[in-house]
Design a protein around this ligand. Structure first.
Ligand code: PGA
Length: 248
């Protein structure tokens, strides 16, 4: 059975009180299924609320949107893998385009964060993707490969707990999604890079303006193992419907 991962990235929305209301609506409307996993990435202040709400549900978990690579210390404002785990996180996004482009996160930082997530026993979800200028210059695969190489350096095999999210920067929050064919081409290149590192089974999600209207068409493309969704995950009714999306 093809198993799909639906990841909700709430970004800077939904504090603990909003999250309690959201989760009670979502859980009332969505019945767990064996072929779907639902991962929630709330702001750090709401991690514990999500993790409490999904406790006992095998197909759901909470994850951090970002972690710092040091496990503890004088790093005002940062949260570490172990702190996120203590709040109930079981996964962490790494290298989301907003972290890279708004907060100046470098390729080298993403490598440290993937390693930190793994050592805190969190599933890393590494985000990669090109800007519009890079796509127009024909550099998409070069950029994505550089991001993979920096975040998952040798030696050693790519860890099987890893998930990749391909999110073209020009598609995030713009209403302009990649076509299934465009996404599939990049997914194939990522998969072949992973295969060369004995990690061909790694899940690869697509993200960037996924919504109720385009999710079924995108997920009909077999190269996609799921989706990472921002804006369209903020409404619990819409998100429950999106996760139920029928896939051919
Ligand atoms: P979007 O965001 O669905 O609002 O485009 C996706 C993401 O940034 O993960």
């Amino acid at each position: 059975m093809r198993s799909l991962l639906f990841a909700a990235n709430w970004k800077m929305h939904l504090g603990p009180a909003d999250t309690r209301a959201y989760m009670s609506t979502f859980l009332a409307e969505y019945q767990e299924r064996p072929d779907r996993q639902v991962w929630f990435f709330p702001p750090a202040v709401s991690l514990e609320t999500v993790s409490t709400a999904v406790r006992g549900r095998a197909s759901m978990l909470a994850g951090a949107q970002d972690i710092y690579w040091e496990p503890k210390g004088a790093f005002t404002g940062a949260i570490s893998g172990p702190l996120a785990a203590q709040a109930g996180a079981r996964a962490a996004l790494v290298g989301h385009s907003e972290r890279r482009h708004v907060f100046g996160e470098t390729d080298a930082d993403t490598g440290r964060k993937v390693a930190a997530a793994l050592s805190a026993d969190l599933y890393p979800v590494l985000c990669v993707g090109e800007t519009l200028a890079q796509r127009d210059a024909g550099d998409t695969l070069k950029v994505v490969t550089r991001q993979l190489e920096a975040a998952l350096p040798p030696p050693g095999r790519v860890d099987p707990r890893l998930t990749i999210a391909y999110e073209p920067v020009w598609a995030i929050g713009t209403g302009r999604n990649a076509t299934p064919k465009d996404a599939a081409e990049v997914h194939r290149a990522i998969r072949s890079w992973l295969k060369d590192r004995a990690a061909g089974q790694t899940r690869i999600l697509y993200g960037g303006s996924v919504n109720l209207k385009n999710a079924a068409e995108l997920l009909a493309e077999r190269e996609l193992d799921g989706v990472l969704v921002g804006g369209a995950s903020l409404d619990p009714h819409g998100w429950a419907e999106l996760v139920r999306t029928g896939v051919a």
